[in-house]
Design a protein around this ligand. Sequence first.
Ligand code: UDP
Length: 320
Amino acid sequence: MKLLVTGGAGYVGSVCAARLVESGHEVVVVDDLSTGHADAVPQGCRFVEADVAEVAGSVLAERFDGVLHFAAKSLVGESMVDPRKYWEGNVVTSLRLLEAMRENGTPRLVFSSTAATYGEPDSVPIPETAPTAPTNTYGATKLAIDQAITSYASAHGLAAVSLRYFNVAGAHGQFGERHTVETHLIPIVLQVALGQRDQVQMYGTDWPTPDGTCVRDYIHVTDLADAHLLSLQHAEPGTHRIYNLGNGTGFSVKQVIDTCREVTGHSIPAAVAPRREGDPASLVASSQRARDELGWTPHRADLTTIVQDAWNFAGLGRPA
Ligand code: UDP
């Protein structure tokens, strides 16, 4: 297939673009490099450095078989203090992309949605039928885009899939996570092991969880990328399917730090810090629908494998 990958210079986008090229697809990446890195765009992709909202129409005027839409603003804390950046950067940009797809007859869309659309769940594991009640602006914008996609699928025949990621981690060889402002747990903990930080702060040890720290479902980025390839094959015209992607096993912040200690051999000092606003206590996916309908099976579900791959990538010493 000939595919447009928006945000293909970012973490998840670059890994998916690499997997698509490895699988023989023709890939065009559009990324404005606001948070991505030009050297993360995989070899074999055509790269257009531009804002998706501005160039979607002209790029899609060439015939494409589908779009994988990763380009987004994704910092929860920032979304609470600068909502315009998120409603415009995520929702307005996605509407422009949907319109460009409609005008040019682009048939398929795979969208990066998020577990943040569910907010504080009533119970875990979370199925796709759980109520959506985002607790932050980031999640609200992703939910709004999901709803717009549903409308476009039913009105205009788009074949669409939204993948709701839980905690993406690990690396795919030379493609991994390097945010200028790092907020994610595993890369922060590994920065301590690399001597780039003195300690990791655990945001709350008084949560209603077995060891008092928050529980999350960590999924390997390569397994996540595989779900995108399967979604392209299974998307059906006029239908918008939503799939949760996680391993179905929760690990606490303390368990993640312990695993990082084992993998790196570093003592990794950890300090107790106040809770972070907007954090749910526990987020664990039910990915049964993705397994049943897409035939998706995670092959790197083990937390040690996820951390080891992230550690190997961190050792490449790429600048943030
Ligand atoms: N966390 C932490 N210290 C950090 C970064 C994150 O204790 O320096 C916790 C955070 O409160 C959450 C978990 O680690 O419970 C995962 O956070 P992350 O930002 O990686 O992903 P999120 O679940 O927010 O998408």
